[in-house]
Design a protein around this ligand. Structure first.
Ligand code: GSH
Length: 222
């Protein structure tokens, strides 16, 4: 048995860490109380956590469920989702299979997009030149979101209706599209606006804005 009464989430800087945001949104979605430790990347606390074995893959996020370590965003989603399946996954088995596919595709893919539009929560940036591979990945994501919306319940504006596991994984894509002013369809924009207006996403931006750490390599170049 896992002790879900003792949850501690280790994450990176909210300004820069999209994988942390996925784990954190999953923790919020669980509805369970959790403690969060922000370990600023490239600074002593992060290195110290690595040295002490608290970041087994050298990366964030890591969720401690009691004394059990879960060290990857998708594993965190699955672990919390086992405890609260109705909050995480659609009730309909076809929609649920699709939700698992889109989460897995996000976790495993879209490397060109992630490289070309690096995560940053706060500034609005000019749209860079988008290579063909990135444009294809954006089109693929818009297609996936449309597939999900076609199977969504009427109970909400998110991928499957209410905010769920799939939204935890695509919120950091929404925020990227928004930060870099990526041109999208009106349906995509409506989904993005719903995500950006969600309380947890707004809280993430507010927390990111309050951070003082800056990593030059991750800041936009003039
Ligand atoms: N596959 C991992 C990826 C985690 C990841 O890349 N985390 C980045 C932050 S967003 C990290 O910890 N980087 C550590 C570093 O750059 O030192 C997951 O899904 O959790």
């Amino acid at each position: 048995m896992l002790d879900f009464s003792r949850l501690r989430l280790l994450i990176g800087n909210k300004r820069y860490s999209s994988w942390s945001q996925r784990g954190w949104l999953a923790a919020k979605l669980s509805g369970l109380p959790f403690e969060e430790d922000v370990l600023p990347m490239r600074l002593e606390g992060f290195e110290d956590a690595k040295a002490k074995g608290r970041l087994p893959a050298g990366q964030v996020p890591v969720l401690f469920v009691g004394d059990v370590m879960v060290w990857d965003s998708q594993a965190i989603l699955e672990t919390l989702g086992e405890r609260e399946p109705a909050r995480f996954w659609p009730a309909d088995p076809r929609a649920r299979a699709l939700a698992r596919c889109v989460v897995a595709e996000m976790h495993a893919g879209f490397a060109d997009l992630r490289r070309t539009l690096p995560t940053i929560y706060g500034p609005k940036l000019p749209t860079p030149d988008l290579p063909g591979a990135v444009r294809s990945q954006i089109a693929r994501i818009e297609h996936l979101w449309a597939l999900c919306r076609a199977q969504a319940t009427p109970h909400g504006p998110f991928l499957f209706g209410p905010f769920s596991a799939a939204d935890c994984f695509y919120a950091p894509v929404v925020t990227r599209f928004d930060a870099y002013g990526v041109t999208v369809s009106p349906e995509t924009r409506a989904y993005m606006d719903a995500v950006l207006a969600h309380d947890w996403v707004r809280q993430w931006y507010a927390d990111a804005a309050a951070e003082e750490w800056r990593i030059d390599d991750y800041e936009p170049k003039p």
